[in-house]
Design a protein around this ligand. Sequence first.
Ligand code: SER
Length: 314
Amino acid sequence: MKRILVTGACGQIGSELVKYLRNIFGAENVIATDIKKPSDFLKATDGFHYLDVLNMDELARLVVEEDVDTIFHMAAILSAVGEQNPQLAYRINLQGLMNVLEVARQKGVRQVFAPSSIAVFGPDAPKENTPDDTPLNPTTMYGVTKVAGEKLMQYYYLKYQLDTRSLRFPGIISSETAPGGGTTDFAVDLYVHAVHHQSYTSYIQADTPLPFMYMPDAIKAIVQLAQADDSRLSRRVYNVHAMRLTPAEIVRSIQKYLPDFECYYQPDHRQQIAESWPHSIDDQNARRDWNWQPDYDLDAMTRDMIEKLSQKLK
Ligand code: SER
């Protein structure tokens, strides 16, 4: 029987990952942890523990007491907040990951999944169809911690045979839990404002392309990679991609369903971060090794987002 611990369980991805994993493996086998106040859903199932990933003793205690064999390490500081406080981003993202890997090694955890990001790429990487193997020269602290994190995970795999796995996620769009402090958050804001207020002012310019993915595809990718037979994996870290979108394209898709919606543009410091990242990602290794394929395109995502957000509003 699998015993799973999720860090960052109250975050944008963590909250939906916990729900999904509990459906597959049973609520009692998925321990949700975070430093944030849990939602009613997490509290109600009573498998919630307050856990700061910087507290290694507490993490080790939980892993031993709960007999954990798999960790999904989702706790992180995102890119925009990371630029406001690079020292904090370094501690949470790198020391936090190092603690998870060390506890996993010492206590015999079998597998650790931790997400990476398109933020590992910098201005010198190819902008279109950026491959897995290309220069990694990020210009944000978030990107620096993700590059170092990928290398740490590879090191623990080679040195200690810890089964580490990672995905370089694009911006993730979702309706359940709001993202916090990322550069790609505007894409979620566009939908929320379209449903609630009819207008939005984007801090990213209309024609700036970025890679995106809808949350159900992101959850599917995590679980598919975690469950893939190790003999099929040619690498520990994979690019994954779903759609290349500009803010203007998302706005046009929303306007098909909500024609009165209007978007204004007022780029801020996050524009520079967005411009340092790729426009689209080559994910052929993931497609070949473990059959990665996204289900949602822009209009399918827009329909689902508007429906889910409208239901919540009611
Ligand atoms: N979505 C993240 C961010 O914008 C990138 O991984 O920070």
